[in-house]
Design a binder for this molecule. Structure first.
Ligand code: FAD
Ligand code: 2HG
Ligand code: ZN
Length: 468
């Protein structure tokens, strides 16, 4: 069956589109999820994607869409059956159009996020989605996970940046929805169904994305804070004076920063004294001389007076800005060097962040004394990566054995504050079963109804998102 399938897939995608050595496509970025596949294909056009999907549908073979494979919940990895086909979009990397007057860019799904940012910059525009994996993640993956990152506070998530989509449906038909319209009230907004669906409703092949005026000045500060309440207050104080020029407020616990200082290269502590929490604050403007340093200094001065900020450093020059961002963006990798981790991307109303941290810290310390909480993230969006590493000295086996119980503490804590158990990374394989405890039966029924309508045979990324 596999040899026959491979031959038929080769007929569709040609020799260049059939992967000989599939190893890199079968395990995720962290090595946390692995599977096997009947074949890995890399179609070069929408027509080829449609033909692959139609062939798989005819043969009853499941398809797993994959972009840069940087996802953090196992959504792009096939199961262990060896019967699924991984459909990688990485050969579909054409920028089809940049319409400067409409401020839009039309790109294929396999274009790497950083390439889109660079194309926008070359045209004097900004594509504002920004995240640690931007050098390898793809626009298709960003869309399928409704990626967030560090610019959401000002520009919104991928959902907000998307005007149109082209999608190959599970039956092989192509939905041509590549419209560059900011206003269109002609019925249901179908594109939003595919954004955040993690490849369970179809394969996104191209998108029209919104561009913004280029940023010509920024100010970046590293701020020491006494507690999470101070971080919430900081967002308020800076927003009051900077308004829309506030682009990012990233929160980091001392534990998170210590991991980067221990494992990162070329990083150093920006503030000599040790503080329990830090925030990275960024302001930006389209004017070249917007005087943002003065704006951020005044806002931080106000925050110090109100007792919100304990100490602060405003970056002088682009090298220092890069060092501060390296401290923030290095946390994910640094935590991996500390052994197995339990990753979380919860959200709560911003005002509830202090209560969330206090309650969850307490419950975890009781459940597993010494557990290392690595809390950081997009505090301006109410989204925290409340990640866990095991106690020291390390006993990885014992820590892994407690995963279900510890995860539940974090999820319950977010849910008790009307939060979400996944604000960014999605459900994939990792949370697809636990979500049944946090969504109402009605919500699950509607989700299953949508899946049934678009993918009645259940062949599009099965085993992901929807509870089994
Ligand atoms: P993949 O990992 O290949 O796939 C992700 C999901 O999308 C899978 O379910 C897959 O089936 C589906 N998919 C992929 N392409 C398509 C397509 N064309 N059509 C349909 N379905 C598709 N995420 C954030 O939101 N914010 C962050 O700040 C952030 N920071 C990160 C930092 C690091 C260091 C790393 C490793 C990851 C980070 N992520 C973050 C997670 C990840 O980068 C994002 O989820 C990203 O959007 C995934 O893109 P990808 O191309 O790698 O997708
Ligand atoms: C981030 O904000 C990413 O850095 C990754 O969403 C979070 O690795 C993580 O847990
Ligand atoms: Zn994040």
């Amino acid at each position: 069956m596999t040899a026959d399938l491979a031959a038929r897939l080769r007929d569709v995608v040609g020799p260049a589109g059939l992967v000989d050595d599939p190893a890199g496509f079968l395990t995720d970025w962290r090595g946390a999820y692995s599977g096997t596949a009947a074949a890995v294909v890399r179609p070069g056009s929408t027509e080829e994607v449609a033909a692959v999907v139609a062939l798989c549908r005819d043969l009853g073979v499941a398809v797993v869409p994959q972009g840069g494979n940087t996802g953090l919940c196992g959504g792009a990895v096939p199961d262990a059956s060896g019967r699924q086909v991984v459909l990688s979009l990485t050969r579909m990397r054409r920028i089809r159009d940049l319409d400067a007057a409409n401020s839009t860019i039309t790109v294929e799904a396999g274009v790497v996020l950083q390439t889109v940012q660079e194309a926008a910059a070359a045209a004097g525009r900004l594509f504002p989605l920004s995240l640690g994996a931007e050098g390898s993640c793809t626009i298709g993956g960003n869309l399928a996970t409704n990626a967030g990152g560090t610019g959401v506070l000002r520009y919104g998530t991928m959902r907000d940046l998307t005007l149109g989509l082209e999608v190959v449906l599970p039956d092989g038909r192509v939905w041509h929805g590549l419209r560059g319209l900011r206003k269109d009230n002609t019925g249901y907004d179908l594109k939003q169904l595919f954004v955040g669906a993690e490849g369970t409703l179809g394969v996104i092949t191209a998108a029209v994305l919104e561009l913004f005026p280029a940023v010509r000045s920024t100010a970046t500060a590293w701020v020491a804070l006494p507690d999470p309440q101070a971080a919430v207050d900081l967002v308020g104080v800076v927003r009051e004076s900077a308004g829309d020029r506030l682009t990012a407020v990233e929160l980091m616990s001392r534990q998170s920063v210590e991991f980067v200082l221990r494992h990162g290269t070329g990083v150093r502590d920006p503030i000599a004294d040790v503080h329990p929490w830090y925030a990275l604050v960024e302001l930006s403007d389209t004017l070249p001389d917007a005087g943002l340093d003065a704006v951020v200094e005044a806002a931080l001065g106000e925050a110090v007076e109100r007792g919100v900020v304990t100490d602060a450093v405003v970056a002088a020059g682009s090298a220092q800005v890069a060092t501060l961002w390296a401290l923030r963006e290095g946390i994910s990798e640094a935590q991996d060097s500390e052994g197995p981790s339990l990753k979380h991307d919860v959200s709560v109303p911003i005002s509830s962040i202090p209560a969330f941290v206090a309650a969850t810290d307490r419950a975890l310390a009781e459940a597993l004394p010494g557990v290392r909480v690595v809390a950081y993230g997009h505090v301006g969006d109410g989204n925290l990566h409340y990640n866990l590493s095991g106690p020291e000295p390390r006993d990885d086996g014992a820590f892994r054995a407690r995963a279900g119980e510890l995860n539940r503490i974090v999820h319950d804590s977010a849910a008790a504050l009307d939060g979400s158990i996944s604000a960014e990374h999605g459900l994939g394989q990792s949370k697809r079963d636990v979500i049944a405890d946090y969504k109402s039966p009605l919500e699950l029924e509607l989700m299953r109804g949508v899946k049934q309508l678009l993918d009645p045979a259940g062949l599009m990324n099965p085993g992901k998102v929807l509870p089994g």
